[in-house]
Design a protein around this ligand. Structure first.
Ligand code: UDP
Length: 364
């Protein structure tokens, strides 16, 4: 480790316990962040919902938990929605514990996309930093994030430029990407003639486009992910010939990667400005080329001709037409790109640089 050891409190999402999958990509981000910073010699405490389990690689962290009711996810509300606080809510309990314990830490790192922790930022004695997990989805969140940026933008980090561009910032954003434990993803050189899709089954993820592209090609689409919106899943199923969508359910990473590697290509079709796109990198780590819309994080992660192909957003025929070319790409070069760019160690180094700069401890 190049820096003095920091005592860090990482506050998780108030949507679901760690390990439930309800927190979406934030669960994987937390695992990489905690394991990566532990490897660099820092001291980590994780504060999360009751029922949480520390992910693999994070065993040396301390786990604190609180009971409480989940926060409604911002991405499923209207842009002009007010801040909502359910009775017995988990979010204020997490922050009551974090604020009360702040003196024992050098910094607090918030991974939740919620108004309360952003609003609290200037009120705390211990620096509170935020790794912002989504692009713009609500006016009240845009405003509170802009307030923090105006007060001290070093407190904010983003996953990709496309995500950061959604917000009103005063300086160039800190971009940290994301990190993956690449040993957990086996490279598969010989796939089956199977198309894949991975994500929460919810409208912003655009599964219907991938299903329609598979139907145009007369191919089967294996789908892995948590069904967040059963009515939406049923509508996708009804829109394509029976048997097109092969529902595989939600799997833990260890099982998901083994299945994912067998795909000839992954389709990634978000309708929103995806902040990063973990599943894009996870597929590439298994050697699977990705066909994605030129939009949001996936539009930055896919390097056309190297690890996949990009097509115009929402253009289903173009998506279908790109599959054959994507299947012809070198699967080793997909894996190699991930190793260069998205390892957990590289992510932890970027995070450490951000932390030291925000705490005013950067080497000259
Ligand atoms: N995921 C998983 N098992 C599944 C499907 C998805 O563990 O069967 C995880 C996947 O590894 C990824 C996350 O769910 O880390 C989805 O993250 P992403 O950034 O793609 O989207 P988000 O849900 O955060 O919008």
């Amino acid at each position: 480790m190049g820096a003095e050891a920091l005592r860090l409190l990482v506050v998780s999402t108030p949507v679901g316990a760690l390990g439930s999958g309800r927190g979406g990509g934030v669960e994987l981000t937390l695992a990489s962040l905690v394991a990566g910073l532990l490897e660099r010699g820092h001291h980590l405490t994780v504060l999360a919902a009751d029922g949480s389990r520390l992910p693999a690689g994070c065993e040396r962290a301390r786990l604190w938990s609180c009971p409480g009711v989940d926060q409604p996810s911002w991405q499923h509300q209207r842009r002009d929605s007010p801040v909502v606080m359910p009775a017995q809510a988990l979010l204020p309990r997490l922050w009551q514990r974090a604020v009360g314990s702040q003196a024992g830490f050098d910094a607090l790192i918030n991974l939740a996309y919620d108004w309360l922790p952003f609003w609290l930022t200037p009120q705390l004695h211990t620096p509170l930093l935020h790794l912002v997990s989504m692009g713009s989805v609500a006016e009240v969140m845009d405003a509170v994030i802009a307030d923090v940026a105006r007060w001290d933008q070093r407190r904010l980090a983003f996953h990709t430029r496309a995500q950061a561009d959604d917000f009103e910032l005063s300086e160039a954003p800190v971009l940290v990407g994301n990190g993956f434990d690449l040993e957990a993803y086996g490279f598969c050189a010989a796939p089956e003639p199977l198309l894949g899709w991975v994500g929460r089954i919810a409208p912003e993820k655009g599964l219907e486009d991938a299903a329609r592209a598979a139907a145009l090609l007369g191919r089967r689409l294996a789908v892995w992910g948590l069904v967040e919106d059963p009515a939406y899943a049923a509508a996708v199923e009804a829109a394509v010939p029976a048997g097109t969508v092969d529902w595989r359910g939600f799997l833990p990473t260890s099982e998901l990667q083994a299945e994912l590697g067998r795909c000839a290509a992954l389709l990634n079709t978000p309708k929103w400005n995806e902040a990063f796109g973990n599943v894009v990198v996870e597929a590439m780590a298994c050697g699977v080329p990705v066909v994605a819309y030129r939009r949001g994080g996936p539009g930055e992660l896919v390097q056309p001709g190297i690890n996949g192909l990009l097509v115009p957003p929402d253009d289903v025929p173009a998506l279908a037409a790109a599959v054959a070319d994507a299947e012809g790409l070198d699967r080793q070069s997909c894996r190699a790109w991930v190793e260069r760019t998205c390892s957990r160690a590289a992510f932890a180094e970027r995070l450490e640089r951000w932390l030291l700069s925000a705490l005013g401890r950067s080497p000259a």
